[in-house]
Structures are given as structure tokens and as C-alpha cells.
Design a protein around this ligand. Structure first.
Ligand SMILES: Nc1nc2c(ncn2[C@@H]2O[C@H](COP(=O)(O)OP(=O)(O)O)[C@@H](O)[C@H]2O)c(=O)[nH]1
Ligand SMILES: [Mg+2]
Length: 231
């Protein structure tokens, strides 16, 4: 198996079907792949729709975006893993070009930057400010040139996971994987198109923003072994 697309979902019935269709349009006949949907016990038809469209659905009752990815990565069989949300925001047509870039530039990890080509209304002004503040803090504390520390689309070699340590169960998983990747792997950030979300946002702006911010300071000054960051 060449590619696993891993998607965490929590009540995404409005869009998961479209994401599956867009994946088929972008990948069918071009690469051998599977889609792993890690569902946090949605109370709507997410699992049913994903399964009907051919995804492998993994049920993960434990809450959290990071928790879902840890479970999803453990069941992914592809040589390369691509991630995205189940909300129609990320460009499925970028997966193959990013996989080619991994090979051509001999990279292990690619993260994406949504700020270059963002559809009108795809991110509220408050979220933009929050994201930029978190990305700035990431740069300040870790010295990495990441423009978008919260982007949820990554394309990377599954093997590279054994070289990094990503522990957070919540939204900070997104910045944690980038910090680890830019420290330990051949990594790059690439601009992508980002669309307006379909369905309700799952993150809580203030709570998750604050958790992300706190996470960055803890990771910087106490190291990754901090007990409070463990599952
Ligand atoms: N399995 C699982 N998925 C989650 C959880 N929280 C969020 N998600 C999914 O993770 C993705 C990112 O969440 P989203 O609300 O789009 O965050 P945003 O893109 O940062 O605004 C979406 O596909 C959500 O359905 C969770 O606790 N468990
Ligand atoms: Mg999203």
C-alpha cells in the first residue's frame, strides 16, 4: 500500500461524503491507497457514510484530535500518510503533488500553509489572529520558520514517525508534530488552497487557543516528557 489518508471525524456527516468523493477523484487509478476515518463516536451518520464510500472506519471513543491521530497512525498501512479534516477545507488534489515533492526533494515530512490561498470566509479574523499568534510563538520558542502552526494537512513518510515523539491528545498535536518534525526530520512547509468549512467547527476558540499556547511554553521549558502532557 502506497498511501493512507487519515481523517479524524466528529459529527461530519455534512461533508465526509464529499471528502471521500474528492479523494476518489484525485487518487483513483493514480496510486494504491486507503482512507482511514478515525471517528470519535459521532452521533450522526459520519461512520455510515464513510464506510459506504469505501473508508476503513476506526472507532475511537476517547476524545481529542491528537488521540484520534495516534490511533489512526497506528492502523495506517501506507508507506506515506496524508492527513486532513473531514470538513471539505483541505485540497485533495494537492496530495499527489506533495507525495512527488517528498521524493523529488528527498523529504520526510511536509506540512502545509493555508494563509497563501485562503478562500474568503474560510477563517474568521479572530482565528486568523489566534493562528498567527500561535505560529509566532512557535517561531519564538523553537526558532522554526513555520508560517501556519495549526494546519491539519501533512504528507509524510510513515517510517518517520519512529523518529519523533508526538504525545498531546488534543489540538496541540498539530503544532507538536511540526515542532518535532522540523527538529528531527527533513521537513518543509508548502502553501495550499484552503476552503470554507462545511458543518460546525469542533474546536473552541478560546479554550483550544489557550491550550495550544500553554502547550508551546511547556514543551519548550519542561521538555516533551512533562507528565501533564501525557495521555
Ligand atoms: N475523532 C475525533 N475527531 C475530532 C475530534 N475533535 C475534532 N475532530 C475532527 O478533527 C478535524 C479538525 O477539527 P475542526 O473542527 O475542523 O478544527 P479546525 O479545522 O482547526 O477548525 C475535523 O475533521 C473534526 O471532525 C475528536 O475529539 N475526535
Ligand atoms: Mg477543520
Amino acid at each position: 500500500m502506497k498511501l493512507s489518508v487519515v481523517i479524524p471525524t466528529l459529527n461530519e456527516e455534512e461533508c465526509i461524503g464529499q471528502v471521500m468523493d474528492e479523494l476518489s477523484a484525485a487518487l483513483d487509478g493514480k496510486v494504491e491507497y486507503e482512507v482511514v476515518v478515525v471517528d470519535g463516536m459521532s452521533r450522526d451518520r459520519t461512520r455510515e457514510i464513510a464506510r459506504a464510500k469505501g473508508a476503513v472506519v476506526v472507532e475511537e471513543p476517547r476524545r481529542g484530535y491528537g488521540r484520534a491521530y495516534k490511533t489512526g497512525f497506528a492502523s495506517a498501512r501506507g508507506e506515506i500518510i496524508a492527513t486532513m479534516d473531514g470538513d471539505c477545507t483541505y485540497p485533495t488534489e494537492s496530495i499527489i503533488p506533495l507525495m512527488e515533492m517528498l521524493d523529488e526533494e528527498d523529504l520526510e515530512f511536509i506540512t502545509t500553509d493555508r494563509f497563501g490561498h485562503m478562500e474568503e470566509g474560510a477563517m474568521s479574523t479572530m482565528h486568523k489572529i489566534g493562528n498567527l499568534a500561535l505560529s509566532f510563538t512557535t517561531r519564538l520558542l523553537f526558532g522554526r520558520i513555520i508560517r501556519d502552526s495549526q494546519s491539519g494537512m501533512w504528507v509524510f513518510r510513515r517510517q518517520a514517525l519512529s523518529k519523533i515523539r508526538v504525545e498531546d491528545d488534543g489540538m496541540p498535536f498539530s503544532e507538536e508534530i511540526k515542532i518535532e518534525a522540523f527538529r528531527k526530520l527533513r521537513s518543509k512547509e508548502v502553501m495550499i488552497r484552503y476552503r470554507r468549512r462545511v458543518g460546525e467547527v469542533k474546536l473552541s476558540s478560546w479554550k483550544d487557543g489557550w491550550k495550544n499556547f500553554r502547550f508551546l511554553w511547556r514543551k519548550r521549558f519542561r521538555g516533551p516528557r512533562d507528565k501533564s502532557l501525557r495521555s
